[in-house]
Design a protein around this ligand. Structure first.
Ligand SMILES: CC(C)(COP(=O)(O)OP(=O)(O)OC[C@H]1O[C@@H](n2cnc3c(N)ncnc32)[C@H](O)[C@@H]1OP(=O)(O)O)[C@@H](O)C(=O)NCCC(=O)NCCS
Length: 220
């Protein structure tokens, strides 16, 4: 994911609606809860996140292996309005990543139902490069996976990462996703066709992993 081409097209045409208030309910179709990490929060996207998302997610290093993000503030506003409508329809959730001390988003985690009822879903993520390697991804991913499995009720989450996307694949591997296959020439960007790795995480495996103690690190 981020920014499926067809989603971006719809988002660009979307009517901008008012920003929903922050909610703490677990009825996610009426509004996403705020999930709290150690140095950031995950919350519903707001229209005023558009300028910071434009700055963070359209750099070449962030965007090179994802579907093209919007290229303007109104384009991002349309995308944000679209995320609210899809969440209301019960087919999609998108969390904004907001570091402590900031008020606007520097990245997103998305989860999209790919079968009726949200049993199987696809997730994707993009974070501004100043926040790479800071631990925000791994902790945010745990919060989003807990939410997708325990609150939304998904039993399987898939992710696709271009083979050449070292950080994307490394990030998925380290949180315990399982490499399930190779999707040949499944992604096109800048006129080039890329193979993608298909990564899967099952709810049962995730719950087991969550219960296990952290691996022991042996040092000599
Ligand atoms: C994907 C993304 C959210 C991950 O966040 P991040 O902060 O960079 O991730 P982390 O640093 O926590 O983890 C990446 C891991 O990959 C490893 N890695 C980095 N480059 C690598 C490479 N070329 N090959 C293999 N592993 C690599 C890192 O060492 C790290 O593992 P470690 O923490 O055990 O050292 C972020 O890089 C991003 O937004 N990228 C652009 C958008 C994108 O590609 N989205 C993913 C689509 S699937």
């Amino acid at each position: 994911m981020p920014f499926q081409p067809e989603l971006t097209r719809q988002a660009t045409m979307a009517t901008v609606t008012s920003t929903p208030a922050t909610v703490t309910t677990s009825d996610w179709k009426t509004g996403l809860p705020v999930l709290t990490g150690s140095s950031f929060t995950l919350r519903e996207l707001r229209l005023d996140d558009a300028p910071s998302l434009l700055a963070m997610l359209t750099t070449e290093e962030v965007a090179r292996f994802i579907s093209p993000p919007p290229t303007t503030v109104p384009g991002f506003e349309g995308f944000i309005a679209w995320t609210h409508r899809e969440r209301q329809a019960g087919t999609y959730v998108c969390f904004a990543v907001v570091p402590e001390g900031m008020d606007t988003a520097v990245g997103i985690f998305q989860v999209r139902s790919i079968e009726p009822g949200f049993g199987t879903a696809e997730w994707g993520f993009a974070i501004g490069s100043p926040y790479w390697g800071t631990g925000v991804f791994a902790e945010g991913a745990r919060l989003v996976l807990d939410f997708a499995f325990d609150v939304v009720g998904a039993h399987r989450l898939e992710a696709r990462a271009a083979v050449a996307n070292g950080r994307g694949n490394g990030a998925l591997r380290k949180i315990g996703a399982v490499q399930e296959g190779l999707l040949r020439r499944s992604f096109q960007r800048h006129g080039q066709q890329h193979d993608q790795v298909l990564w899967g995480i099952l709810a049962d495996d995730w719950r087991l992993q969550r219960r296990s103690p952290l691996p022991v690190v042996v040092t000599h």
